[in-house]
Design a protein around this ligand. Structure first.
Ligand SMILES: Cc1cc2nc3c(=O)[nH]c(=O)nc-3n(C[C@H](O)[C@H](O)[C@H](O)COP(=O)(O)O)c2cc1C
Length: 387
């Protein structure tokens, strides 16, 4: 069954295009030629993308000459040795980046075999002036080019490593000063046309409403913060330390007490090594207002990746707290999140007392929580990075 949108588009097809336009490296068919006609078609489509000030200053370069492609391939490989070296280290390791590194290394070794290399360039030099125009007016068009390729059975990968060799590239291709090359696409027909969507973080985790770090578990039918939609808070930070080192700090359940102005400390109430099902009791205080204790149960414990606990009742938690860790640029990205439950907490009865005040109560509570969580992740960073 097809789904036709209000605007008359077949959403199944459009969404398939948007979700399956992948970085194609190992499945590029180097033996099949690509016509100029198709490239013009795809570039015409790409040129429908917007530019700052409607200033049509993009230029495209199609490189077919084998000697020139060989030279571009040589320059690409000079930068790409990092992938060849990393492949040597990661092959067979099961590391999350093993596949992408192997695929990237394959491209490094075969760059010049693509039937065409297509570059998107733009008139101007990026001057960090804060004005739109340069990179800002190129990238959307370059991506439209990729989508147009995919819809016609072709594929490519967005490569920028030649940007590290822009002087040599300019010399080789006769590009005058004042032009910036943004991206180079090795273009070919793909071997097979089925590609899959890639796992990505869901919108509900990376979309913030009205204030940085204010999340919503489900879309709100009213557009405002409501208890029923699952209001959350996130604080994130990057550390130089690797996930294993950060893990030791975040699984010390007493640690946030050093940084939070509300959380006083916690003690394990179960025996043995902590893991899923372990329990602890946390102590909290809003000075001169309220002291309270909560029983918590660990609901996720994946070493160096995720530590989650639920408050009071795991099936109907007052809150779900969670640390997530991911490798990021040689260090880690730490995400500390909290979801306000539908009951079993002090906030919800307050929020539901008066529908007109529901959003205000939830947001007020989230401001306090986020401030303490931000202090905590900054504290973790200081501990692990020794700052
Ligand atoms: C700005 C940008 C630069 C990139 N540069 C390169 C590159 O130089 N070489 C390469 O092999 N892939 C490059 N990629 C491709 C990414 O590695 C790829 O998109 C990523 O692995 C995710 O794969 P997917 O697009 O199939 O989801 C680049 C992607 C972007 C968006």
């Amino acid at each position: 069954m097809t789904t036709i949108s209000e605007a008359g588009f077949d959403l199944d097809q459009i969404d398939r295009l948007l979700t399956t336009t992948r970085a194609v490296r190992k499945r590029l068919d180097f033996d099949r030629s690509v016509s100029d006609e198709l490239l013009f078609e795809c570039i015409d489509l790409a040129e429908q993308a917007p530019t700052g000030g409607n200033d049509a200053s993009r230029r495209w370069m199609v490189v077919r000459d084998q000697a020139t492609k060989d030279e571009l391939g040589r320059l690409y490989a000079e930068v790409g040795t990092l992938f060849i070296n990393a492949r040597g280290r990661l092959d067979g390791s099961g590391h999350p980046k093993e596949k992408v590194v192997s695929s990237s290394a394959h491209l490094v070794e075969n760059y010049a075999r693509a039937p065409v290399l297509v570059m998107c360039a733009i008139w101007g030099i990026h001057d960090n002036s804060g004005k739109p125009g340069l990179f800002d007016s190129g990238i959307q068009s370059a991506w439209s080019f990729n989508l147009a390729l995919r819809s016609r059975g072709l594929g490519s990968v967005y490569t920028t490593m030649l940007n590290n060799k822009s002087d040599e590239v300019a010399e080789l291709l006769g590009i005058p000063p004042g032009i910036t090359t943004l991206v180079c696409f090795p273009v070919a027909y793909t071997k097979g046309t089925e590609f899959s969507p890639s796992p990505r973080r869901p919108a509900s985790e990376i979309t913030y409403f009205d204030q940085w770090g204010f999340t919503r578990q489900r879309p709100s039918s009213e557009g405002t913060a409501r208890v029923v939609d699952g209001q959350g808070v996130v604080a994130e930070i990057d550390t130089d330390a690797r996930p294993a080192a950060v893990w030791d700090v975040i699984t010390d359940i007493d640690m946030p007490a050093r940084f939070s102005e509300e959380f006083l400390g916690a003690e394990w109430t179960s025996e043995g090594d902590p893991g899923v099902g372990s329990t602890f009791r946390g102590r909290n205080s809003i000075p001169d207002v309220f002291d309270w204790e909560v029983d918590c149960i660990v609901t996720a414990w994946q070493e160096s990746e995720a530590f989650e606990w639920r408050v009071t009742d795991p099936d109907n938690p007052g809150a779900v707290w969670r640390f997530d860790l991911a490798e990021q640029g040689g260090g880690s990205r730490l995400r500390f999140s909290m979801l306000i439950g539908q009951e079993n907490n002090g906030t919800v009865p307050q929020a539901l007392k008066d529908p007109a005040k529901e959003e205000g109560v939830l947001n007020g509570r989230r401001r306090t929580l986020r401030a303490n969580m931000q202090r905590t992740v900054e504290g973790v960073k200081a501990l692990v990075d020794g700052a």
